[in-house]
Design a protein around this ligand. Structure first.
Ligand code: SF4
Length: 364
């Protein structure tokens, strides 16, 4: 399904602002110049874009933990891969650490949306930490698959980026059974113990097309390779790539709001270029957009990664309106209404009542 709709006012459109506490970014008036181009200027605004259910849940979990326990609340790794979210939560009293041994004994610690290995859970236990697990349930699903196939003594080919936190967490469930496959090209040199006892799983935020190419090459090499029980690349990653594929062929320029360490955001830029955008850039803030990127540009595609707050998109739209791109059309290829309940450690408020957010109701 593709729908386009004329949108007169960028401040009133699009995905809801999801976070409870993300402040509006202060705007520098008229930063981009309005330069004439041949033809009408317009923006194609991706829907869906921005926050997914897993990111929403993780950010709200830190906010709720701060509300309930007071500052500081420690968070292992970036709660989600977004500079603005991390900075905002730091200002509210969150302290981000790389490992649990940096957290004072007995303190509260939140595990990020990307998940943790059992070794990290044990290390937190050993320090007597009160852990709140904000791992996205769709990442937990992949962990469970890894555990199940390891119990069956299968060799698991985990398609994903080595060093990414999610991949470390999933591989850590069964390190002796998992081999990481970084790219389609890595298949050429891949060696396995038993080609008839293999299953593939994947990171949730990969390029759908590239992953399918990796699987195609794996199957050509190992014809008895088994598929996972369900798709591991999550709905949010698929939907954001799906709408960018619609927009990219019509766009002179695609701008994606997101951080450089955000896998799904980086993929959006790659997919845009692959599907015909003349140029595409990833920016954390609208202020990073360079005037020269707009030279001769009639149509700009706009999207945001699954960890990027909507306020940052709205700031970009404000700047683009100032630059003459006032005709903003939403391009919608999917609707999303998934909401995850809060981590179990936060489901009841201090008086023992179940928090409304825990039942999947949006608190905003
Ligand atoms: S991108 Fe997908 S897997 Fe990652 S947090 Fe969002 S919904 Fe979960």
């Amino acid at each position: 399904m593709t729908e386009t709709a004329q949108i007169p006012n960028p401040r009133t459109l699009g995905a809801p602002v999801v976070s409870l506490a993300m402040p509006r970014v202060r705007r520098k008036e008229g930063r981009l110049k309005n330069v004439a181009v041949a033809g009408d200027k317009r923006v194609l605004l991706a829907a869906p874009r921005g926050y997914c259910a897993g990111v929403d849940r993780a950010v709200v979990a830190v906010e709720k933990a701060l509300e309930r326990y007071g500052a500081p609340v420690y968070v292992r790794k970036q709660i989600v891969h977004n500079v603005h979210v991390v900075k905002t939560l730091e200002e509210m009293g969150a302290i981000f650490v790389e490992e649990v041994d940096e957290v004072p004994e007995g303190a509260n610690v939140v595990f990020s949306a990307h998940g943790v290995s059992p070794a990290v859970v044990s290390a937190a236990d050993d320090r007597g930490l009160h852990a709140i697990d904000a791992t996205c349930p769709l990442v937990t699903k992949v962990h469970r698959e890894a555990v199940r196939f390891a119990k069956q003594d299968m060799e698991i080919l985990l398609i994903g980026h080595e060093g990414h936190e999610e991949v470390e967490g999933t591989a850590g469930e069964a390190p002796e059974h998992v081999t990481i496959v970084n790219s389609p090209e890595a298949v050429d040199t891949l060696e396995v113990q038993d080609p008839d006892n293999l299953v593939w799983l994947s990171q949730t935020t990969l390029s759908v097309d590239e992953t399918m190419e990796t699987v195609r090459r794996l199957r050509a090499k190992f014809p008895n390779l088994q598929d996972p029980p369900s798709e591991d690349i999550c709905y949010a990653t698929q939907n954001r790539q799906g709408v960018i594929k619609e927009i990219a062929p019509k766009a002179d320029l695609v701008l994606v709001i997101g951080s450089r360490n955000s896998s799904n955001s980086v993929r959006l830029v790659e997919v845009a270029l692959e599907y015909g955008a003349k140029s595409a850039y990833l920016v954390d803030y609208a202020s990073e957009v360079k005037q020269e990127w707009l030279d001769g540009v009639q149509t700009i595609g706009v999207s945001s990664g699954a960890s990027a707050p909507e306020v940052l998109v709205q700031e970009l739209l404000d700047d683009l309106v100032d630059a003459g791109y006032a005709d903003i059309q939403a391009v919608m290829t999917a609707e999303e209404d998934l909401v995850f309940s809060l981590p179990k450690e936060l489901r009841q408020d201090a008086s023992g009542n179940t928090d409304a957010r825990a039942l999947g109701g949006r608190v905003r």
